[in-house]
Ligand binder design. Structure first.
Ligand code: SF4
Ligand code: SF4
Length: 460
């Protein structure tokens, strides 16, 4: 656990279409060509986020590792070679060169070729981030990552009690090593964020950890909710009641930490709780992962060290192996992935009025009894049988602002789960400034104001 599951927060570059094949499969939902009937188009099923678990090797032996990672030296015999990694990256670029690649493991920095792989991805214009335990990040590595153009790293901290963290991570000195890695990032201008895995042993520490991360200068604090798989299968997950308690606290944190994004990851009913508190909350307006939701199989996938493509890191549900099939074919043709794109959810998730903004975690029922479309039993909510609460990309907001065709086209290239939020922000600015029509120039001006001239703010 503690693997980074980043989200994109920039205007993405031009994306290739999934094409007519997907249109044939899903059919046209009426309205303008390419629409699927609920506001999404085939272009919305692009990979925006791919986790590359490039090695099983690790310098730690964490209790909760979903990959059951092995030692630093062994376990690498069947992992993808450098050339296979390059080919995989080339194939992902065929579907979406603008997506965000999370390079992780095991511990990615035990691979001697990892910087070459990162460089290859950056040269393709991918946004590249690392998920790491931080221990192998020296000044030299941090500087090289900056020079290559890596956007940042997510470093896992499970407790501020070093002994507790070290026991959980399976190695004395793991805590001190992670802190040294964070300091190396700070010294070399490499952006970092903190990842915390909520478990029975540490969830009550969360308020302290959030304060600590804020003081440290982290821009993002991601709280991951473990799915008991891999070595974590032997662990006890936090109870649904504890889960709800933590999520409720995280919703409250949205207002408390204005300059640090605090998000629940892999806890989709975070969005239900946020909606209950405030239907207009930025969390409920932001779709998918940005708002704490789940993108598994729709815009998110994971590649295992030996090349299996799965909908998310916690589901060992392989659509096929990229040694035998192209990533492009697996992404576009897999029946498994298609079942996530228009899911027929079962049980209370199927009946739930929150199913479109939440939908539950699909990995939990899969790991529990093999049916990924079944209800998420870690949610305490009992559906009331009302109308489905609409997702923001489906809601047209009243506005007198118009968009010229180039600006509209650019808006539609933004991932659907961010689109409503971007649209609202741009229109609000236009109204305040008395600008009647949104143009590319205005969007560019706002992008620069928001993100600076260089790279987008690192938020994942
Ligand atoms: S299925 Fe569950 S574990 Fe996987 S990405 Fe979605 S919320 Fe996270
Ligand atoms: S019942 Fe399912 S869809 Fe409804 S809030 Fe809970 S997890 Fe989400």
């Amino acid at each position: 656990m503690g693997k980074p599951l980043p989200v994109i927060n920039s205007f993405l570059s031009s994306l290739s279409s999934l094409g007519s094949q997907a249109m044939t499969r899903f059919g046209s939902g009426g309205g303008k060509p390419g629409m699927l009937g609920d506001g999404r188009t085939v272009d919305d099923f692009k990979p925006y986020l791919i986790a590359l678990n490039l090695t099983k090797r690790c310098n730690l032996k964490c209790d909760h590792c979903y990959l059951d990672a092995t030692t630093k030296m062994s376990g690498g015999h069947d992992e993808l070679s450098t050339d296979e990694c390059f080919r995989l990256i080339d194939q992902i670029a065929e579907v979406n060169p603008g997506c965000l690649l999370v390079i992780t493991g095991g511990e990615p920095f035990v691979r001697p070729d990892i910087l070459d792989i990162a460089r290859h991805a950056v040269n393709h214009r991918f946004m590249v981030v690392f998920g790491t335990n931080g221990m192998l990040i020296t000044d030299d590595i941090a500087k090289k990552l900056v020079d290559i153009g890596v956007m940042g790293v997510g470093i896992s901290i499970d407790s501020l009690n070093p002994e507790k963290h070290n026991i959980f991570r399976g190695l004395p000195g793991a805590f001190e090593g992670a802190l040294a890695g964070i300091e190396a990032c700070k010294r070399n201008g490499l952006q970092f964020q903190i990842h915390f895995s909520a478990q029975p042993m540490n969830y009550q520490e969360l308020p302290t950890v959030i304060d600590w991360a804020h003081d440290l200068g982290a821009k993002v604090l991601n709280v991951f909710f473990m799915v008991c798989t891999g070595r974590g299968e032997e662990l006890t997950d936090i109870t649904p009641e504890q889960y709800e308690e933590v999520l409720g606290y995280l919703v409250e944190c949205q207002d408390k930490y204005q300059d640090m994004l605090v998000r629940a990851r892999c806890a989709p009913h975070f969005k239900r709780l946020a909606y209950e508190k405030d239907p207009n909350s930025p969390i409920t307006k932001a779709q998918g992962y940005m708002g704490g939701g789940c993108l598994a199989g729709t815009n998110y996938a994971r590649v295992t060290p030996n090349g299996d493509l799965t909908p998310c890191p916690y589901m060992p549900l392989s659509a096929g192996n990229i040694r035998e099939h192209s990533f492009v074919d697996l992404w576009e043709d897999s029946e498994i992935f298609n079942s996530f794109r228009y899911p027929h959810l079962k049980g209370k998730c199927g009946d739930c009025e929150y199913s479109e903004i939440c939908g539950g975690c699909r990995a939990r029922p899969y790991v529990d009894h093999g049916d990924w479309l079944d209800e998420d039993e870690w949610c305490l909510y009992t559906p009331k049988g009302g109308e489905k609460i609409q997702v923001a990309f489906n809601i047209s907001e009243d506005s007198s602002i118009t968009w010229d065709s180039a600006a509209q086209e650019r808006l539609e290239r933004i991932p659907y789960f961010l689109r409503a939020m971007v649209k609202k922000g741009v229109e609000r600015h236009a109204m305040e400034q008395g600008i009647p029509t949104v143009t590319i120039e205005l969007m560019e001006e706002l992008r620069k104001k928001r993100f600076g001239n260089e790279k987008p703010v690192f938020k994942f």
